[in-house]
Design a protein around this ligand. Structure first.
Ligand SMILES: Nc1ncnc2c1ncn2[C@@H]1O[C@H](COP(=O)(O)OP(=O)(O)OP(=O)(O)O)[C@@H](O)[C@H]1O
Ligand SMILES: [Mg+2]
Length: 167
């Protein structure tokens, strides 16, 4: 793992048989891939532990995050997903949501001197996505602009690895 080029675990390759795959990110104990397959279009999340450094203690929980997220998504009623273990941790795949995230979408509004006004309708879509989760009895616990994907039809709230059932 450390030092070797990132690869999808064999168990995920077997499950999805990708026709194309692209590494979206690999940082802080988490890899995200965009995968096309005959089964559909998926985000694949692969977790691994963060080793200790001189400045940081080890973070073994990042290896467990994808399986935890998979279990949360199942409990929320999603069926088009799977999760499991690989050599260094856990993985999940879930439907790929098209669109920019809120952080990226509003980047032009944050530029110094910018007169571009943020679209309030976009904020409403984010509120609706969060309210929908709350209505199901869950708290997200890691709400941030990068976790809202502004799709053409509706806004999706992603990264439910830390979500908690309330009550
Ligand atoms: N279902 C999805 N559809 C589309 N893109 C996704 C999806 N899930 C994750 N991504 C992409 O991967 C990025 C990281 O996803 P996520 O926040 O779920 O992972 P993470 O392990 O928490 O990473 P980070 O530490 O950066 O927060 C997102 O910002 C988004 O670009
Ligand atoms: Mg995240």
């Amino acid at each position: 793992m450390p030092g070797s080029p990132p690869e999808l675990p064999i168990v995920v390759l077997d499950a999805l048989m990708p026709t194309s795959q692209r590494l979206v990110l690999n940082r802080r104990g988490s890899m995200v891939w965009q995968v096309e397959s005959h089964r559909g279009h998926y985000a694949v999340k692969v977790g691994y532990p963060i080793e200790a450094t001189a400045e940081w203690a080890a973070q073994p929980w990042t290896a467990l995050a994808p399986a935890r997220e998979g279990a949360v998504l199942l409990r929320l009623g999603l069926t088009d997903l799977a999760y499991g273990e690989w050599e260094h941790g856990t993985w999940n795949f879930q439907p790929w949501h098209e669109g920019p995230d809120l952080y990226r979408l509003w980047e032009p509004c944050r530029r110094p001197g910018s007169s571009i006004e943020p679209d309030i309708g976009v904020a409403l879509g984010c509120v609706e996505a969060l309210a929908e989760l709350h209505a199901k009895g869950w708290a997200h616990d890691d709400v941030q602009p990068a976790h809202f994907i502004i799709g053409p039809e509706r806004t999706r709230l992603i990264d439910l690895a830390l979500a908690l059932a309330r009550g």
